[in-house]
Unconditional design. Structure first.
Length: 501
């Protein structure tokens, strides 16, 4: 145990030990073993990271946008070359399967690709002769030192939702990754340095709540991006906004899939299995609640049960495995309690993942796919975000009843409708109060050139991440009104409010 590698911080383009002396264990969830430790950043470490970012900001801001984009182009090439390595890091510390990890790395690469084209989106506007001899133009300028606080479930993708866009806009960045999965973020920082990013432009400070609070309180941090649970998102938003910072804080989810009787049943069941149990349900866009409308309920539940029972569970590195373990033992135990609570409150346990045994993985953090039917909105398994391989089924008489159920839920991250009716689809997408909607698409995660974000308690702040809204978040507008008067016109200004007209 004493020989376990301790991962460092990354500040000013160099590795350094944390000044707090505190470390956290990093597990391999498939075996339950501690595979490395990570230094926890102190307030002083965060201050040093912000200072490095602040010192690097003027030169990076003044670097032409095309040159900034070329660094990201080289970074993208390195990401492609190291895709397998990055996926393996994600799997080792999170537990998701290698194909799933590779897919998440790819979605991060797509944001980098989008960021390489940001020079086009940094155009200002120009109006000639808004008044006699007066012109007006606007520019988009970076906001300064930005920070990202990212979750355990996507160690590559979610950080790359943030810092490539921020850097392309001319900002510098301090990244606080989850202490449960720190290796990927540190590897990304090294690859960016190899791509030519100047020292101090990106800094990585793994840690716990002390590091988070230090980021939120630091006066030189101008903007904060966060992805995590709703209680923490609310804390991040309120704390950072009170300090005058820009904030985008993405919270939790309870994503519903509404299934109509006219759906393609086999296709729908397959799609819902992937959306509910992929990555062991540890996705903010996972489908965790199915609303079965009318007579489709019983045949749908039976097909879901059969498909879920056939899933192959094991280490994410093993070929053919479809679902890996959960990230920690504590998280697994919390979900075990929620399943029991669901049964106690009257839900029918159609498939019980608590009975799963993985040969050789007795100490791993495994939980099998679980399916609960006849769930009602007042039950704990519906009200709480489970964030695990548990799918609950509710029943509704009509599409409008299903929409009303979705809209009453405090979360509004993602939703999906499965139907063969264009009329029903149009009605659903117009009426549902959710930020991301899929029609026969179970996980409607937008592509990088759109923006990702929910409604209601799934988002605190006005702007979503990446895409055009990401550019808006990481820039601020400056309007310049100019006049170049002839010498004889000088001295003619008055005291009245100028109208320029």
């Amino acid at each position: 145990m004493n020989d376990t590698l301790t991962l460092p911080l990354w500040i000013g383009g160099k590795e350094r030990s944390g000044s707090s002396g505190r470390t956290g264990d990093v597990f391999d969830p498939s075996t339950g073993e501690v595979v490395r430790r990570v230094a926890f950043a102190s307030r002083a470490d965060v201050a040093d990271a912000v200072a490095a970012a602040r010192a690097a900001f003027p030169a990076w801001r003044d670097t032409p946008p095309l040159r900034r984009a070329r660094v990201l182009m080289r970074f993208r090439e390195l990401l492609e070359a190291h895709r397998g390595e990055l996926a393996a890091l994600v799997t080792r510390e999170h537990g998701k399967t290698l194909p799933d990890a590779g897919g998440s790395v790819q979605r991060g690469i797509e944001v980098v690709e989008f960021a390489t084209g940001i020079p086009h989106l940094l155009e200002g506007g120009w109006s000639e002769d808004v008044a006699q001899g007066v012109d007006c133009h606007s520019t988009l300028q970076p906001v300064g030192v930005c920070a990202g606080i990212t979750p355990f479930n996507f160690p590559a993708m979610v950080p790359m939702w943030m810092f490539p866009v921020a850097l392309a806009c001319g900002n510098t960045f301090v990244l606080k990754p989850s202490e449960k999965v720190p290796s990927t973020a540190l590897r990304l920082a090294r690859l960016l340095q190899e791509a030519g990013l100047p020292d101090g432009v990106l800094n990585v400070v793994p840690g716990d709540s002390e590091a988070v609070d230090a980021v939120l309180a630091h006066p030189d941090v101008a903007a904060v991006s966060f992805v995590g649970s709703t209680p923490v998102a609310r804390h991040v938003y309120e704390t950072a906004a009170r300090a005058g910072k820009r904030v985008q804080a993405l919270g939790g989810a309870k994503n519903h899939a509404v299934v109509l009787p006219d759906c393609e049943l086999e296709f729908t069941a397959d799609a819902l299995i992937g959306a509910a149990y992929g990555s062991a349900g540890e996705r903010c866009m996972a489908i965790s609640a199915v609303v079965a409308v009318g007579e489709i309920a019983d045949p749908l539940v039976e097909r879901l049960r059969a498909r879920a029972a056939a899933l192959r569970i094991g280490p994410g590195t093993q070929p053919g495995v479809e679902m890996g373990p959960l990230v920690t033992a504590a998280h697994r135990d919390r979900i075990l309690g929620l399943i029991q609570r669901g049964a106690d409150e009257g839900a029918r346990v159609v498939l019980d993942g608590r009975e799963l045994r993985v040969p050789g993985g007795e100490r791993g953090f495994y939980l099998g796919p679980t399916l609960l039917d006849h769930v009602h909105p007042e039950m704990t398994v519906y009200r709480e975000e489970i964030f695990g391989p548990v799918l609950v089924v509710l029943r509704a008489a009509t599409l409008d009843d299903a929409i009303a159920l979705v809209n009453r839920n405090p979360y509004g991250n993602g939703t999906a409708l499965f139907t063969g009716s264009g009329r029903a689809a149009r009605h659903f997408e117009h009426e549902v109060q959710v930020g991301m909607v899929g029609i026969n698409v179970a996980i409607p995660v937008p592509m990088a050139f759109y923006s990702f974000g929910g409604w209601k308690q799934s988002l605190f702040g006005d702007l979503h991440v990446h895409g055009v809204e990401g550019v808006k978040f990481y820039t601020r507008t400056k309007a310049v009104t100019s006049r170049w008067p002839e010498p004889e016109a000088r001295g003619r200004s008055g005291l009245a409010m100028p109208t320029l007209g």
